[in-house]
Structure formats: C-alpha cells, structure tokens
Ligand binder design. Structure first.
Ligand SMILES: [Zn+2]
Length: 168
C-alpha cells in the first residue's frame, strides 16, 4: 500500500510517520500531529506534576520533548529557588513560559515583571509563547527556540574569557 500525503504526516516531536487512527486521535486533541509514543510520554510527564497548583500542560510537555529531540538541553518545570518556569534551557540562560492568554491586568503585568526582573538580573531571559501560537505553529516555534538557544549559548561563549567586570 502506498500512502498518500493526505494520510501520512510526521510527528512534530520525534518526526516519525503518523497515520491512520494515530493521526485521527492526534487531531482530536491538537492542531498538529503527534505519534502515540510522544503523546504517551507527554501524558506521563504531566502526571508526575499533578500535585502542583499550576500543573503543567500537555503542550508544554510536547514542546519539552521536541526540544530534547533536537538536542536542546531543556529542563521541565525548572525551579531556580525562587520560582518555577515551564521550560528552561540553562546553557543558553533562557526560560520559556507558555501562557494561556496575554496578561492584560495591571497586577498580572507587574507580577510577571517582578518575577522576570530577578531572573534577568541573573542573566536569564524569559520567552513568552502563547498556547495558541504553539497549537498553530508548533514546528516553527520549535525552530525559533532552537535558533534562540544557539544564540544564547554563543553569547555565553563570547563572554567567556573576557572579564571586564573585575571590580570584585
Ligand atoms: Zn513522536
């Protein structure tokens, strides 16, 4: 049997072919295609964090596995001692937060700023991605994060050896 392009797609996480019932089931949950294996891994991952008040979402777990699959050194639900972030890419000093919606209330905006200012002072940048953007453009987002992660680690490497802040 020769499958047509319509019936076969590739998993956005691991790139393996997805077809038939697997594809159907995936489309019931997401706007993109995920194989059973990655779907299962994501479900297991979020199960580990059920106890948390802001428990992680499935798409967060899928993004995490997609990054790992692309050899990006990602951490899931990373805690820096003060707060926990959805995903962290420590070698590039990047935090990723997946937001359900834009924060429009003044208190939320202020809280986000305070949270992130602390990280920023420690050299960490926070990347906000809307859940909706991930649903609609999963692959492009992963690609963009990969670029950003590379940029981040280059920046870090550039700094190595140049110690201009010698006052301490
Ligand atoms: Zn997969």
């Amino acid at each position: 049997m020769e499958p047509t392009n319509k019936e076969v797609s590739n998993c956005v996480v691991c790139d393996s072919p997805v077809s038939g019932k697997e594809l159907e089931d995936s489309l019931k949950k997401h706007a993109f295609h995920v194989c059973y294996k990655c779907q299962r891994k994501a479900t297991q991952k979020i199960d580990e964090y059920k106890y948390k008040i802001n428990s992680p979402t499935e798409i967060q777990a899928l993004l995490y596995y997609a990054l790992l699959d692309r050899n990006i050194d990602a951490e899931f639900e990373y805690s820096d001692g003060k707060k926990s972030v959805d995903i962290a890419i420590l070698p590039s000093k990047i935090y990723i937060e997946i937001d359900g919606m834009y924060h429009t209330h003044a208190e939320q905006i202020l809280r986000d700023f305070q949270r992130e200012y602390y990280s920023f002072k420690n050299g960490y940048l926070t990347l906000h991605i809307l859940n909706k953007t991930l649903q609609e453009h999963f692959r492009s987002v992963v690609k963009a994060i990969k670029e950003i992660a590379k940029m981040g680690s280059n920046l870090k490497n550039d700094k190595d050896g140049t110690n201009d802040d010698s006052g301490h």
